[in-house]
Design a protein around this ligand. Structure first.
Ligand code: HEC
Length: 225
């Protein structure tokens, strides 16, 4: 399905400026349909607008609407048959587990113990702590002598930003790997217990920066694509 839509339809039905509001990039959008209504009627490929259009059977205001329109190459009978078969089988969401993507970088074995640089720092006046965000971990250190109090593991990838909650009882960190995904984690400062993990996996971006509004206890994560 994805392959057919990518080849023949996404030029005009991608999420950016889709023709007639119809986006064919993902399952949810496909099932939502466009301005005319649902494009897919589950189990009824004959009645599905999308099939009627790719087969050139849809008429509006006396004009046949064929997809793809104009001089563009039409779908092959096998492609239409594949779409029909999927609709007649119930138009179910394809169960494709999200591909665990890895950054493909050359493996270079370090000759010396690599440093794990600090990418982000936050300071808590009440708890007298410094939180240092490094690759894949946050270290809580004593603000006076930098003695390591505890290491909080995650988020995956580089930790780009750390922040204490207004009363200093919790600490947040956001990190990720560019183009793969990110994560925001929340820990209790007192015992280092992980309270929440907010994954950012559907679209590949990474959390970049926290802003804290002192009055409203609102946390905003700036996201960098
Ligand atoms: C060159 C651009 C272009 C391509 C490629 C294209 N479409 Fe369209 N599509 C349109 C336009 C323009 C409309 C609005 C047609 C109208 O009603 O005048 C439309 C409308 C539709 C609609 C009706 C949406 C609604 O609710 O009104 C469906 C369904 C559709 N297209 C499916 C497809 C499919 C499936 C493909 C690929 C096989 C495809 N289109 C490829 C331009 C395109």
């Amino acid at each position: 399905m994805d392959a057919i839509f990518s080849r023949h339809c996404l030029d005009c039905h991608a999420s950016q400026d889709p023709e007639h509001g119809l986006v064919l990039e993902n399952y949810e959008a496909l099932m939502k349909g466009g301005e005319t209504g649902p494009a897919i009627v589950a189990e009824k490929s004959d009645e599905s607008l999308l099939i009627q259009m790719v087969e050139g059977r849809f008429e509006k205001e006396g004009k046949i609407k064929v997809m793809p329109p104009g001089k563009r190459k039409k779908l092959a009978p096998e492609e239409i048959a594949a779409l029909r078969a999927w609709i007649d089988a119930g138009a179910k969401e394809p169960i494709t587990p999200p591909i665990a993507r890895e950054l493909s970088v050359p493996r270079i074995v370090p000759k010396a113990t690599p440093r794990n640089p600090v990418n982000a720092l936050a300071c808590s006046a009440n708890a007298r702590l410094v939180a240092a965000g490094r690759y894949g971990q946050v270290q809580l250190q004593d603000a006076k002598d930098f003695r390591l109090i505890r290491t909080l593991s995650g988020p995956k990838g580089n930790v780009n930003t750390v922040l204490f909650s207004p009363n200093d009882s919790e600490v947040f960190a956001a990190g990720g790997e560019p183009a793969i995904g990110g994560e925001v984690r929340q820990w209790r400062v007192a015992d280092g217990e992980l309270l929440h993990t907010f994954p950012v996996t559907k679209t590949p971006f990474m959390p970049w920066l926290f802003l804290r509004m002192p009055q409203s206890w609102l946390l905003a994560a700036m996201i960098r694509k």
